[in-house]
Design a binder for this molecule. Sequence first.
Ligand code: ZN
Length: 68
Amino acid sequence: MPYCRECGAKIIYDRNTRSYVCPGCGLIYTPQDLIADARRGIEAGLEAEEKKRRKYAEYLEWWTSSKK
Ligand SMILES: [Zn+2]
């Protein structure tokens, strides 16, 4: 189950409204919201990975060039 983006509580599915509700702060999520959130999270994670990799590559480049 996903977690609330506001308070971090576990979101529960409400059969009556067919939406996801946060028991912590009462925020309501539609399934589309959750999919969009998950996609954003994955993209943000990939971007962070890529940034890390680029930084390391830059560092390596700097390190090898400074050793010359
Ligand atoms: Zn919440």
